[in-house]
Design a protein around this ligand. Structure first.
Ligand code: UD1
Ligand code: CA
Length: 448
């Protein structure tokens, strides 16, 4: 099967009006990725070497998002919404180039797994001309019904066109289809809009294939894999299904989740072995966690790398570009952004480290802040290995603190501090003997 060529079409021309959103539906996110991004990723994983995305008119934003996930994808515009077959035919130029398999995915069905797409392709290599993905939803209302006769798929009937008996069928069309490239165009060109919605239904190619004595089959999928998104409530349901899948995967791969239902992953979160995750942790996209790390309760992490045996939290925030070397320790109310911390660094409480590099074994005290923004641009702070940044210091970037240097508590550091030096930038303390006693004498409290 692997030698067969495949074109995948992702239909993403839906307006998604029921989302009541300024964003097109397929740009909404679940598990840290856009809906259309999920569909494209599944297609790529299933080995689609050619990809085409069909978008609505003036949807440069959807085209740009598709390019993020598949720079090689061809984008086609469906100028008017005239049905799913019409949408597929918007990509006629892609269909005209020969390929063995054509996979049709919906941009709003993000839970689809590559294994299932491979199963659909396998049905083609076993001789089917059309393979349709079916499922048995708890509530079939609104779905096209799959009419199976003698083990083969005889037709798909849209609900609007179905008879009372056909409406009783529980086996429904998930919408995804695999079509033999040799027959796709001829079948699609045969579709008419002679139905209740006056739309060109992709599903009609099943009946057309049967008339031409071609084999059509229906495969079964789990409902959780083909749930579509039309509303915000369905977006939340899809999110829940993703999180269940991602939590189970994390645990299967050797992470301990004390309260799995309170940990939220992005689809691309990578965890090593023996990672311990305490309750209430959120992972945005782009996070890798090495073996043995501990993420304590209430952390928010995105675009970050967490090294071996690192501990973060409780209540830590890692923003994009945070990279923590092995054994580093980030404590409560610490924020790290676009900063590379080497191994064994300690930032234990109440600090902000942004646009910085921090050498191994450095210790950054409570309340220390890298002042990385001057109101116009971001500036960098370099902290050398083994440096000690005293409590409540402000390091005004651009600035560097050399290896092994000390910064005295409460300093505002605006000039570079060389290696092994002390940087102190605060006024000296004065002590006035007896001053308080004198004041009380001169300003007695009024009687009660
Ligand atoms: C479709 C199926 C139905 C199936 C259901 C599963 C058809 C005719 N019907 O119905 O059998 O049970 O999905 O969810 O295929 N789209 C375009 N351009 C169009 C029309 C649709 O790009 O002109 C895209 C939509 O953005 C969406 C997908 O195709 O991603 C499905 O379209 P939709 O109108 O939601 O089809 P359903 O009526 O749900
Ligand atoms: Ca739909």
């Amino acid at each position: 099967m692997t030698s067969r060529t495949c074109l995948t079409l992702v239909l993403a021309a839906g307006e998604g009006t029921r989302m009541k959103s300024a964003l097109p539906k397929v740009l909404h996110r679940t598990a840290g990725r856009t809906l259309v991004g999920h569909a494209i990723s599944a297609a790529r994983e299933a080995g689609a070497e050619r990809l085409a995305v069909v978008v609505g008119p003036s949807r440069e934003d959807v085209a740009a998002e598709a390019a993020e996930h598949a720079p090689e994808a061809q984008v086609f515009i469906q100028a008017e919404r005239k049905g799913t077959a019409h949408a597929v035919l918007a990509a006629r130029a892609a269909l005209e180039r020969p390929s063995d398999d054509i996979l049709i995915l919906f941009g709003d069905t993000p839970l689809i797994r590559a294994e299932t797409l491979k199963r659909m392709r396998a049905a083609l290599s076993d001789g089917a001309t059309v393979a349709v993905l079916g499922f048995e939803p708890a509530d079939p209302t609104g779905y096209g019904r799959l009419i199976v006769k003698d083990g083969e798929l005889a037709a798909i009937r849209e609900e609007k066109d179905a008879s009372a008996d056909e409406k009783k069928i529980g086996f429904c069309n998930a919408g995804l289809m695999a079509i033999s490239g040799a027959h796709a165009l001829e079948l699609l060109d045969g579709v008419t809009n002679d139905n209740a919605s006056r739309e060109f239904y992709l599903t009609d190619i099943v009946g057309l294939a049967r008339e031409a004595a071609l084999k059509t089959v229906a495969l079964m999928a789990e409902e959780s894999e083909v749930q579509g998104v039309n509303t915000r409530a369905q977006l939340a349901a899809v999110e829940a299904a993703f999180q269940k899948r991602l939590r189970e995967h994390a645990m299967r791969e050797g992470a301990t989740l004390i309260a799995p239902e309170t940990v939220f992953f992005a689809v691309d979160t990578v965890l090593g072995r023996d990672v311990l995750i305490e309750p209430n942790v959120f992972f945005g996209p782009g996070v890798t966690v090495e073996d043995g790390a501990t993420i304590r309760a209430y952390c928010h992490v995105e675009g970050a790398h967490i090294g071996r045996d690192v501990t973060i939290g409780p209540f830590s925030r890692l923003r994009p570009g945070a990279s923590l070397g092995d054994h580093t320790r980030i404590g409560n109310f610490v924020e790290i952004k676009n900063a590379v911390l080497d191994r064994d660094v300690k930032v234990n409480h109440l600090a902000y480290v942004g646009d910085a590099s921090v050498g191994a074994d450095a210790n950054i005290g409570a309340g220390a802040i890298t002042c990385n923004y001057d109101g116009v641009r971001k500036q960098r702070t370099e902290i050398g290995a083994g440096a000690f940044i005293g409590v409540n210091s402000a390091l005004v970037a651009p600035v560097s603190v050399g290896a092994g240097a000390y910064i005295a508590t409460g300093s505002v550091i605006t000039d570079d501090v060389p290696a092994n030096a002390l940087g102190v930038a605060r006024s000296r303390q004065t002590v006035k003997e007896g001053w308080a006693e004198e004041r009380r004498k001169n300003n007695p409290k009024p009687p009660k």
